[in-house]
Write a new protein. Structure first.
Length: 450
């Protein structure tokens, strides 16, 4: 039989065990309740595009050709020239024009080789610096090509060749004197047989010169756009190039920097361009980006000039314009285009993280240190598993402050923020890189997380 003291000890031990078990249980439950799965709010852009075929309209003046002989341009393709400037030389034959072209190439090669020669007697070679110069020159060429700046790419190519030749000259002892002699000899030979030019062509007005003529210069003219109809667009784009223009010309001048892209799209795709802003009663979309996939994916912001729509037609003609003239842009008369009709930029948040506070405020819970906070998040785009929500900026406070005060001060901004909180909500908008709570239990604003 157990003594009363022993019974008391057993009871105390049991109670202690129960307390320990209960404590551990509460700790485990507490941790599991506070265990949260978060995901950073990151910036994202989603675009809706319309694929179509664009036709380029420009103000162009074809330069008259010559009855005989070959025209050799004196200026670079795409170069801007002034009125009365010499833009081409006329040679009696194709061979003479070819010789002139090769002589220009030789002059460039001689310049590169001459600049590549290093006088070892007076030159202290820093090979590592020379390698660095080569790498930098190569990077510049690659960037120019990626930016579709082919004119700059060609110019930087010479700098790259000179840097590479200098490095080869110093590290391998390469001598370019033989190459220079051969080029000088070829130059003398071609010069001795070079026929004289017998005429020159001058620019009748200022503009951008190009030697490429496609026969549509007098067909795809901007002056036809103002009163164009859907049928009129179809009639113009179905025409054949003018043979007379192709047969005899000395290139052309683009006399106006503004050019136009016209395309036909289904009515449902064009609907976004027909929307009217309720406040201004003007078109809601006044500009958009147009991408040219087969021209190096050049992307240009273009103005919406006209939306040609007719009730009995199933398609609409869109007219865009810009005065940007990217270097080495081909201006191929007809080419594929991608019209960015809608663009949404904001913060990406999972759908399961969205909450509606007080049945009216959209938002998410975020983790700030060890505290749960509610952030407003207004969806502007919906995907299958996530939303794009509007990002937070200080510009709204500044704009609201300026409406009530001519001078923006810290006190003004603070007062404005309080008014916004009172009139709208007490919660800030979600910001970039906020830790959005995707999974969690019993969440509320201000909750402390263990």
């Amino acid at each position: 039989m157990l003594s009363p003291k022993r019974i008391t000890g057993v009871l105390l031990a049991v109670l202690a065990s129960v307390f320990v078990i209960y404590y551990v249980y509460r700790q485990v439950i507490g941790v599991s309740r506070d265990r949260l799965l978060t995901e950073n709010a990151v910036s994202i852009t989603v675009e809706k595009t319309i694929d179509s075929t664009g036709f380029i309209f420009r103000t162009e003046k074809v330069l008259d050709g010559v009855p005989s002989g070959t025209v050799f341009p004196s200026v670079s393709d795409g170069e801007r020239v002034g009125a009365n400037r010499e833009i081409a030389t006329i040679y009696s034959s194709q061979a003479d024009a070819g010789n002139k072209s090769r002589l220009d190439e030789i002059e460039n090669e001689l310049f590169i080789l001459g600049a590549s020669t290093v006088d070892q007697e007076f030159f202290s070679a820093d090979v590592e610096k020379m390698r660095k110069d080569c790498n930098e020159a190569l990077d510049t060429v690659v960037r120019s090509k990626a930016d579709n700046d082919f004119l700059d790419c060609v110019m930087k190519k010479n700098e790259l060749l000179i840097s590479m030749n200098k490095l080869e000259n110093v590290t391998l002892g390469t001598d370019f004197s033989e190459q220079i002699k051969m080029l000088e000899s070829e130059k003398d030979r071609l010069s001795s047989g070079q026929g004289e030019s017998y005429g020159k062509i001058y620019a009748p007005t200022s503009g951008y010169y190009t030697g490429i003529v496609d026969g549509y210069e007098n067909i795809f003219v901007p002056s036809s756009i103002e009163y164009m109809t859907v049928d009129g667009f179809r009639e113009i784009t179905a025409r054949q190039p003018q043979d007379a223009v192709l047969a005899s010309n000395a290139g052309k001048l683009i006399t106006d920097s503004r050019w136009y892209v016209l395309c036909e799209v289904p009515n449902e795709d064009a609907a976004v361009f027909k929307k009217i802003d309720e406040k201004t009663q003007r078109p809601a979309v006044t500009s958009c980006d147009v991408v040219f996939p087969f021209d190096g994916n050049v992307r240009l912001e273009m103005r919406v000039e006209r939306v040609i729509s007719e009730t009995d037609k199933a398609s609409t003609v869109l007219v865009f314009s810009t005065d940007e003239m990217p270097d080495s842009f081909s201006f191929t008369r007809s080419q594929k285009i991608e019209i960015v009709s809608e663009s949404y930029t904001g913060l990406r948040v999972p759908k399961q993280s969205m909450r509606k506070l007080d049945n009216k405020i959209n938002g998410v819970y975020v983790l700030v240190g060890e505290t749960v906070s509610f952030r407003r998040a207004e969806p502007i785009y919906e995907a299958e598993d996530w939303y794009i929500v509007r990002a937070s900026t200080d510009e709204e406070l500044e704009k609201a402050a300026t409406e009530n005060s001519e001078e923006i001060t810290e006190d003004t901004l603070n007062d404005t923020e309080q008014k916004l909180k009172t009139d709208e909500t007490d919660y800030k908008y979600l910001s970039l890189y906020d830790s959005v709570i995707v999974e969690g239990k019993e969440l509320f604003d201000g909750k402390r997380v263990k």
